[in-house]
Design a binder for this molecule. Structure first.
Ligand code: ZN
Length: 237
C-alpha cells in the first residue's frame, strides 16, 4: 500500500533520474501523474523514451500501473529561443569545453517547477517530485537544495496552495541512484531503466553498453557509465 493517500506530479523526461523519481513516487503515493517538457532539446529521443518507460513499468509492476494516471506533455518551445539569445560569456566557455551545442538556459528548472506547479494546481495535486540533484550537478544553481526549498515557498505563496517539493535524488550520486532503483523495484526495475531510459546529450541510441544506450563520450554518458560501474561493483551502495 502507498504511504500517502495523496497524489503527486512527477517531472518525467524519460531519462534515468526522472524514471527513478517516477518509481519512487509510485512507491509513495496513491495516484501519480507525469509531466514532460518539449523545448526543442537536443536529446529529443529522451521524450520518445517516456512512453516506453511507463509502458514497461505498467507491464512489470501491476500495482504501480493502477496508480499511474494522466501524462502531461507541455510545449515550452520558447526555451530554446532564450538559450540561443541569452548566453553569457561564462556559459559559452563552460559549454565549449564539453564540445556541445550551447543551449544552457539560466533558471530552466525554475521554469519547469513553476509550470509543473500550475498543472498540479489544476489537477489538485499537492506533491511535486523532481530529479534535481546537488551531488552530480553542483554547477547548476537551479538544482540546488536551497533553490528548491525557496521555490516551494514561492510556489506555495504565489498560488496560495500548499505544495511539497520532493527531490529524492538531491543528496545521492549516480551509483546510489541505481541502488535506490534496485530497492524500489529490484532487478526488473533496474533492467527497465537500463533498457528504456535515455541520458545521452547527443541522442545516440545505436550502441547498447552495460549501462544502457548512448554515445559513451558526452558528459552525461560518462556520468551514467561511471555511476553504473560503481553501483555494479558495490562501491556506491
Ligand atoms: Zn552521450
Amino acid at each position: 500500500m502507498p504511504k500517502a493517500e495523496e497524489g503527486a506530479l512527477v517531472l518525467f523526461s524519460g531519462g534515468q533520474d526522472s524514471a527513478t523519481c517516477l518509481a519512487w513516487a509510485l512507491d509513495q503515493f496513491a495516484r501519480v501523474e507525469t509531466i514532460g517538457f518539449d523545448y526543442g532539446q537536443r536529446h529529443a529521443v529522451e521524450l520518445a523514451c517516456r512512453s516506453n518507460v511507463t509502458r514497461a513499468i505498467g507491464e512489470k509492476f501491476p500495482a504501480w500501473a493502477e496508480r499511474l494516471g494522466e501524462d502531461h506533455l507541455i510545449d515550452l518551445g520558447f526555451v530554446a529561443e532564450i538559450g540561443d539569445t541569452a548566453m553569457t560569456r561564462d556559459v559559452e566557455i563552460q559549454m565549449g569545453e564539453d564540445g556541445l551545442p550551447n543551449t544552457f538556459v539560466p533558471g530552466r528548472n525554475l521554469l519547469f517547477l513553476t509550470t509543473a506547479a500550475a498543472v498540479a494546481y489544476r489537477r489538485g495535486l499537492r506533491h511535486i517530485v523532481g530529479g534535481m540533484c546537488e551531488t552530480d550537478y553542483s554547477g547548476y544553481p537551479d538544482c540546488r537544495d536551497d533553490t528548491i526549498k525557496a521555490m516551494q515557498v514561492a510556489l506555495t505563496l504565489g498560488m496560495d496552495r500548499r505544495f511539497v517539493l520532493h527531490m529524492p535524488l538531491m543528496w545521492i550520486d549516480k551509483a546510489e541512484s541505481w541502488a535506490l532503483t534496485e530497492r524500489l523495484g529490484g532487478a526488473a526495475l533496474v533492467d527497465i531503466l537500463l533498457e528504456e531510459t535515455h541520458t545521452c546529450y547527443i541522442g545516440d541510441r545505436t550502441t547498447r553498453h552495460s549501462w544502457g544506450y548512448g554515445c559513451g563520450q558526452c558528459p552525461a554518458c560518462q556520468l551514467r557509465a561511471s555511476g553504473y560501474e560503481r553501483y555494479r561493483t558495490g562501491e556506491g551502495t
